[in-house]
Design a protein around this ligand. Structure first.
Ligand code: FES
Ligand code: FES
Length: 164
């Protein structure tokens, strides 16, 4: 006999839009985002909080969606990689990743972008050490990180210039 799952309604802001969705009591935010809301940019790697592929931004902080219970999203402001680009084009972080060849297989990229986005919101002018620390929860098997760090540094400079 299949046990009926207890479903709970939650609502939150996702990439600037109000969403309402029913979630199972114990499901992860990662499952909700990928499977119920069909935003596949957020990746599932380890599912135990070690790789950072599932990183999203919740109330301006980068978090591992695989470790967060979906019900905890209720009332929060959530951003996934799909929220980075605007109708006028890519976010400067995304542009810088392309220019610096900071993307190879791309599996880690959404998570790294979200960590970098949260970092630059908190600290618009990080040094390389601070950037390395900011993305320390994101594993990349391909790039060796140097290009990623340079891309984030470049994006930070561009964003600062835009604000001047
Ligand atoms: S899938 Fe969440 S940290 Fe690896
Ligand atoms: S680009 Fe392949 S894991 Fe980072």
């Amino acid at each position: 006999m299949k046990l009926e799952q207890h479903m709970v309604p939650i609502c939150f802001t996702l990439n600037g839009k109000h969403v309402e969705v029913e979630v199972a009591a114990g499901e992860t935010a990662l499952h909700t985002i990928r499977e119920r809301l069909s935003l596949k940019g957020t990746k599932e790697g380890c599912a135990i909080g070690e790789c950072g592929a599932c990183t999203i931004v919740v109330d301006k902080k980068a978090v591992n969606a695989c470790l967060m219970i979906a019900a905890q999203l209720d009332g929060r402001e959530v951003m996934t990689v799909e929220g980075l680009a605007k109708s006028e084009g890519l976010n400067p972080l995304q542009e810088a990743f392309l220019q610096h060849h900071a993307v190879q297989c791309g599996f880690c990229t959404p998570g790294v972008l979200m960590s970098a986005h949260a970092l630059l919101k908190e600290n618009p002018n990080p040094n390389r050490e601070e950037i390395v620390k900011g993305i320390s929860g994101n594993l990349c098997r391909c790039t060796g990180y140097r290009h990623i760090v340079s891309a984030i540094e470049d994006a930070a400079n561009q964003l600062s210039e835009e604000e001047e």
